[in-house]
Design a protein around this ligand. Structure first.
Ligand code: PLP
Length: 394
């Protein structure tokens, strides 16, 4: 069968294999990026679903408006405005089927073959893969623990200004590194970017999973030109199974996304949007998020403590201030893909950091997810990984 040329770029079989390993109950898998199912508020969700079926069942089982269920869009606009002093209206918020769909639509909207996407390095593989399928090339901007380095950004944007169509960034607790940009770097980023005609896609999938107070204004709140498209999601703070997420942007930009949405899925799930709306009406989403944070923070602390006592001294990692991952560095020159093969024999999995780079060469890092795992398995898995590392590093 002759497949599209695009498929040649969708060859990351390693990640698929790792995700499938997550289903092996003997495997202690730190590879996923999944929220913990024990946080899903089942009783409240059941009650909300029943209310939706009783009071609006026929509408809930129909197609929704392409832009999404208006009361939910209003709530999301208000939530952003209350949290971040934005001035969004409901018309500037649309619902998508997961933020993965927002990323896909962004690729469709902005990218022609050979266009450049400016991004962090490393970055979210699910986004890089989509953009690649649309023919994008990547220009990675050196990034340190505070965010993109302004001088490096300026230099690259200046040089490639005519080819860069989109900047894709995850300023809050980035996947995979969990780094969080400082407020200063966010301002510097926006101040540089506002001189160029380049759209900015701000992925806020992890924004709400913060373990400490930090000043971190979303880029959309610093946007004076209408350049920023911000995407958020219920996946990590509520349940990924509903596939409900959102895009916020200026009306002119939202209209472009609206042109694409019907040809992709007609609309996002009506019943799921209405259920979430009723849930937000009857219960406190913010209280729920705080409970989720409390659990993940406990798991983060346990993971870090166990790493400190189990990993060889030369292995480095920072304390993540939010998100679902720890980013681990082995000494330069060590290849964590080889380490993975050895760990798999001992029934422990993780994602080698090299998978998250736009170019080959950086292979000494690891992304480790701790959110979706019992305390007992966190300790056991990290201790085993420590043993495998000690053998591997000699
Ligand atoms: C950075 C980032 N963006 C977007 C997504 C997609 O999330 P969803 O489609 O479940 O909203 C993920 C999923 O892990 C992610 O890590």
């Amino acid at each position: 069968m002759r497949l599209s040329k695009r498929m040649e770029k969708m060859q990351d079989k390693e990640l698929l294999r790792l995700m499938e390993l997550a289903d092996d109950s003997d495997m202690i898998s730190f590879a996923g990026g999944f929220p913990s199912p024990e946080t899903y508020p089942l009783k409240e969700i059941r009650e909300s679903f029943l209310e939706v079926l009783d009071s609006q069942g026929r509408d809930a089982l129909s197609y929704s408006a392409t832009s999404g269920y208006l009361p939910l869009r209003k709530k999301l606009a208000k939530r952003m405005n209350d949290q971040y002093n934005t001035m969004l209206t409901a018309e500037e918020v649309i619902i998508t089927s997961g933020s993965q769909q927002a990323l896909d639509m962004s690729g469709m909207l902005f990218i022609d073959k050979g266009d450049i996407i400016l991004c962090e390095t490393p970055s979210y593989l699910g986004a890089l893969n989509i953009f690649k399928a649309y023919g994008a090339e990547f220009l990675a901007v050196p990034t340190d623990s505070e965010g993109m380095i302004p001088e490096a950004l300026e230099e690259r944007v200046k040089e490639y200004r005519n080819r860069i169509k989109l900047a894709y960034v995850i300023p809050d607790f980035q996947n995979p590194t969990c780094r969080c940009w400082t407020a200063k770097r966010r301002k510097e980023f926006m101040s540089i970017m506002q001189d160029y005609d380049i759209a900015i896609l701000e992925d806020s999938a992890y924004s709400d999973i913060a373990y400490e107070e930090m000043e971190r204004p979303p880029l959309i709140s610093l946007d004076v030109k209408g350049q920023v498209i911000n995407c958020g999601s219920f996946s990590k703070i509520f349940c990924p199974g509903f596939r409900v997420a959102w895009i916020c942007a200026k009306k002119q930009m939202i209209e472009k996304y609206m042109l694409l949405k019907p040809s992709i899925d007609l609309s996002s799930s009506s019943i799921n949007q209405r259920m979430i709306d009723v849930y937000m009406e009857k219960f406190s989403l913010e209280d729920h998020i705080n409970e989720v944070i409390e659990l993940y923070k406990k798991r983060r602390d346990l993971a870090i403590e166990t790493m400190k006592t189990s990993f060889p001294q030369c292995v480095e990692f920072d304390l993540p201030k939010g998100g679902l991952f720890v980013w681990i560095r082995l000494p330069e020159g060590k290849n964590t893909r080889t380490l993975l093969e050895r760990a798999l024999l001992k029934k422990v999995a993780f994602v080698p950091g090299g998978s998250f780079y736009t170019t080959k060469g950086k292979e000494n890092e690891i992304r480790l997810n701790y959110s979706n795992m019992s305390e007992e398995r966190i300790v056991k898995g990290i201790q085993i990984l420590g043993e495998v590392m000690k053998e591997f590093l000699g």
